[in-house]
Write a protein that binds this ligand. Sequence first.
Ligand code: CO
Length: 406
Amino acid sequence: MSNHPIQPQPERRRFLRFGAALGGFLTGCKTSRVEEPAEPSSLGKPLSEHGARSPFEKTGRLPGPGKNPEIGSSKTPLQDCYGILTPASLHFERHHSGVPHIDPAAHKLLLHGLVDRPLMLTMADIHRLPAVSRIHFIECSGNSRSEWGPKTAPDAQKAHGLVSCSEWTGVPLSIVLAEAGVKAGASWIVAEGADACHMQRSIPLKKALDDALLVFGQNGEAIRPEQGYPLRLLIPGWEGNTSVKWVRRIKLVDQPSMTKDETSKYTDLMADGTARQFTFEMDAKSVITFPSGGQKLAGPGFCEISGLAWSGRGRIERVEISTDGGRTWVNAALDEPRLRIAFTRFRLPWKWEGQEVILQSRCTDETGYVQPSREALLEARGANSDYHNNCITAWKISPGGGVTNV
Ligand code: CO
């Protein structure tokens, strides 16, 4: 258990201590006859070079409808993932011109612009530099856009699946920038990918020197082509689009480049018609993944409520859960490790009595920022908004056990 036990709060009695709750649940699984499990009747499959999941596991990414199969996004099945790491094969995708086929032996990274010594690095050069491994989520700023309403998406994957969390391995960008020598007057970098559209984003130099990484590893293996093989710029906690995949060029400049993806896209139209630009940080968000939309509870009884919380500004400090439409809240337990700018898994033992329930989660990050209600978010941002929706989601459990987004 974490060091965040369930706190005594007004509605505490509706939530259960683990032992009391589970004891009742397992009585339903008792059997009168004790039988030995069946013996295997034949040898299993032979050894293999590269593992694959069980054929019984069917969950997949959900590519959205698009005019071209190379352009668009696919979503992580958050409701089917365990712990805090997303399998690389299920990490969400957002591509602007398809996944390039890159031979790492031919890939190079150019560092130029306002530097003392322009550098052209091969992957072999990069692999010789001091590396770090860090667990971070990446979230598309278009994630949860359906939740602006009035119509919302039916399940956790369709509503919130443009976020995933991996252990990334790579070289701090600050090391490479020090090697190149940052010239006075440089204040931004422009990163460019090797995809067909040469995706570009401008990033303040301060962030580039702080915690940006040039990553080549993901969850213990080489980064997947869909995530930027062989090299991706990772900008922790900022909108996913800034973590430029297949990165091939970083230019130091004295002002942002005003690229397509920071002007016509990835800006936030406010109620008064002006647009917010360079809204980089992903605000704290939480989603209950069980029970969640599209699932069905077989019947009343014990049910561990579980989900994921994350913040682009640091650690998750608290996740509260309400089972009465937001009238009262109790603290969920937070799994360790509880890392900066990473998924935090939360859990709460609960007993469903079979009645209609509105289930919500609300997180607070280490800066004290509290995830807003949909009403509060609309109040702050207006009805023109599209990106950066982090509002509280509500799942309704109907008396029949079905779960829907409300
Ligand atoms: Co933004």
